[in-house]
Design a protein around this ligand. Structure first.
Ligand SMILES: [Fe+2]
Length: 291
């Protein structure tokens, strides 16, 4: 099984934030972890010689801009891995952000009208925080911001480090990854992470799209190091091959799904150790997955 590095094995960078925990995960790469909400979101600050790139702005419950200004003096380019609430929360604090050039998604992010937290995310138990919160989960909502569309293949040149945009539809249609090909690093967003991967969020038709993306990634990036956007930050790229195989088994009806305890409705969970795949029953019936 591919090696997964947890935060316990990493060195925390001392800072005064009561919401974020920054960790150095590679030279010039800081994982910015949000340990006080069950989503356990991770944003990444990736530094070159002349500028830095922040991949995602987190949940918007802490002030990530203040933390980033503490971590680097370089000018910061903000990019979103996709436009779900847990990754775009502090976009409004920055002059602009970047998102894959899908007009509907760009428009929604600009207006703040993106996929919002559900009841589970707003419940008091969602918060793993001992202090007095300075926010209200009940009224928490993404704010409008300025969005610059980017195309697949776009390269962010940070000086001595280049990050290439890869379109990776599956979790959502607007999902991207960033590849640092020289250092063999891949920033995976929510399309690949060591937890249940939701293959149904944008409809059953996304399941084969997700699988195609995984096949493409496994062929190109199995010798890279993966930096994921939830739960644990660092994963060996060979995990992509394991995920490809798992998807194949699910869609070939070779493994049986269980009722998913974590999501509402009639979803199915296929467990594979460090990760899982979640489908709706509708998608399972459409593509021959067993349960
Ligand atoms: Fe997410």
């Amino acid at each position: 099984m591919s090696k997964l590095t947890t935060f316990k094995e990493l060195k925390k960078i001392p800072c005064e934030s009561s919401w974020f925990e920054p960790y150095r995960v590679a030279p010039g790469v800081t994982a910015i972890y949000e340990p006080h909400h069950f989503q356990e979101v991770i944003s990444y600050l990736i530094e070159g010689e002349t500028s830095a790139l922040l991949l995602d702005s987190g949940m918007g419950l802490g002030n990530i801009k203040a933390l980033v200004e503490f971590l680097t003096d370089k000018p910061v380019i903000l990019v979103n891995s996709h436009s779900h609430f847990d990754h775009v929360g502090d976009d409004w604090r920055f002059p602009e952000t970047h998102l894959l050039d899908l007009p509907d998604y760009v428009k929604k992010l600009e207006s703040g009208d993106v996929f919002q937290p559900d009841a589970e995310n707003r419940a008091p138990e969602a918060l793993w925080f001992d202090g007095e919160p300075w926010f209200d989960l009940k009224t928490w909502h993404t704010k409008p911001c300025k969005v610059v569309p980017i195309e697949e293949g776009h390269v962010f040149d940070l000086g001595g480090r280049k990050l290439r945009v890869i379109s990776t539809p599956g979790h959502t249609k607007d999902s991207i990854m960033l590849a640092d090909d020289e250092n063999k690093l891949l920033f995976t967003g929510d399309t690949i992470y060591p937890a249940p991967m939701y293959a149904y969020i944008e409809g059953p038709e996304m399941v084969p799209v997700y699988y195609s993306t995984v096949i493409k990634l496994a062929a190109q990036f199995a010798d890279y190091t993966l930096f994921c956007s939830h739960n644990n930050p660092v994963w060996e790229g060979s995990a992509l091959k394991e995920i490809e195989e798992a998807f194949g088994k699910v869609l070939a009806g070779e493994v049986r799904g269980e009722a998913d305890p974590k999501t509402e409705g009639d979803n199915l969970f296929y467990s594979f150790g460090d990760f899982g795949i979640v489908l709706t029953k509708q998608a399972a019936d459409l593509y021959g997955a067993k349960y």
